[in-house]
Design a binder for this molecule. Structure first.
Ligand SMILES: [Zn+2]
Length: 266
C-alpha cells in the first residue's frame, strides 16, 4: 500500500489475523465527508486509510482528453489499477437493519450505473444479518454457503446509526467503503468489500442532488468499491466532497470506470 496520499498506519492485530498466509491482502477505507471542517472526535483508525476530505485527493491523477480526471486507489507494479476481475459478477448482500425505506432501490440503481459505465456486473444475493466490521473475514463459507468454500464473502452493504462499532466512520461522515484486494506482489485484485452508510446519508430516491441525495453517495462509494479514489476535480463524482449538480458521472469518472471495469479481462 504505497499511495502517497494515504495516511499509513499499522494494521491492527485483529485485521492482520484475517489475512491469508502468503497472500498480499490490502484493505482501503475511504469516507465521503459532509461539508464541514473539523471532526469533533476522530475515531480510532483501524485500517490503513486514504485520508479524509481534500487531504485524500490522489497525487496520481489521470487526465483525459475531454477534461476529466480519475485516479485508481492502488495500482499493480505494471501500472494497471487494482480492480475486480471482469470475468465474474460481483456478488453483494445488504443488511436491512437501519436501512431507510426505499434505499434498496437506490442501491440497485447506483450499481446499475456503475455496471453501465464499467461493464462489471453485480448480483444481489439477498439480505443478511451480518454487521460491518473492520475485522470482517474475507471468506465466510458457513454464512455464505451458497458461494462455495473458495469464494470470498459477498460485498456487504449496510446502513448504520450512531453506533458504528469498530469502523472508523466519524460522526460527520456520510459513508465509508472498505475494498479488500488479494493476490501476490505482481498482481492484486479486489475480492470483496464493505460499503457502510449512515442511515441519514442522503435523501432516498434522490439522484438529482449530489449534496442532498443518497444516489450520489451510493455512486461515489461504489466507485471506491471498484477501485477508484478521490480526485481534485469538483466536476467528478469521485471528488472528495459532495458538490453541486446531479448524480451523474463526470468524464473522468467514466474513463476511470472503464479502466477498472471489465475491459481489464480476467
Ligand atoms: Zn470518497
Amino acid at each position: 500500500m504505497t499511495t502517497p496520499s494515504r495516511t499509513t498506519v499499522p494494521l491492527p492485530l485483529q485485521f492482520a489475523l484475517a489475512m491469508l498466509p502468503v497472500m498480499v491482502v490490502g484493505a482501503l477505507v475511504v469516507a465521503w465527508l459532509e461539508l464541514r471542517t473539523e471532526p469533533a472526535d476522530p475515531p480510532p483508525v483501524t485500517v490503513d486509510e486514504v485520508g479524509r476530505g481534500m487531504d485524500s485527493i490522489s497525487d496520481r491523477q489521470n487526465h483525459v482528453d475531454d477534461g476529466g480526471t480519475w485516479a485508481a486507489t492502488d495500482v499493480n507494479p505494471d501500472g494497471t489499477p487494482v480492480a475486480w476481475s471482469g470475468c465474474a459478477p460481483i456478488h453483494w448482500v445488504h443488511n436491512p437493519d437501519q436501512m431507510p425505506m426505499g434505499a434498496l432501490a437506490d442501491i440497485e440503481e447506483a450499481l446499475r450505473r456503475v455496471s453501465v459505465a464499467s461493464g462489471l456486473t453485480f448480483v444481489h444475493d439477498g439480505g443478511t444479518d451480518e454487521l460491518p466490521s473492520a475485522a470482517r473475514p474475507t471468506h465466510q463459507p458457513t454464512r455464505y454457503a451458497t458461494r462455495g468454500s473458495d469464494a470470498a464473502a459477498p460485498v456487504l452493504v449496510a446502513f448504520v446509526g450512531l453506533d458504528i462499532g469498530d469502523l472508523p466512520l466519524a460522526a460527520s461522515d456520510r459513508a465509508i467503503t472498505v475494498a479488500v484486494s488479494e493476490g501476490n506482489e505482481r498482481h492484486r485484485a479486489i475480492i470483496t468489500g464493505q460499503v457502510i452508510l449512515r442511515s441519514d446519508a442522503g435523501e432516498v430516491g434522490n439522484f438529482t442532488s449530489r449534496a442532498r441525495g443518497l444516489g450520489a453517495v451510493l455512486m461515489h462509494e461504489f466507485g471506491h468499491l471498484v477501485g477508484l479514489t478521490h480526485v481534485g476535480d469538483p466536476g467528478e463524482l469521485m471528488f472528495a466532497q459532495p458538490t453541486m449538480g446531479d448524480a451523474s458521472w463526470g468524464p473522468g469518472d467514466l474513463a476511470g470506470l472503464r479502466q477498472v471495469g471489465a475491459r481489464g479481462g480476467c
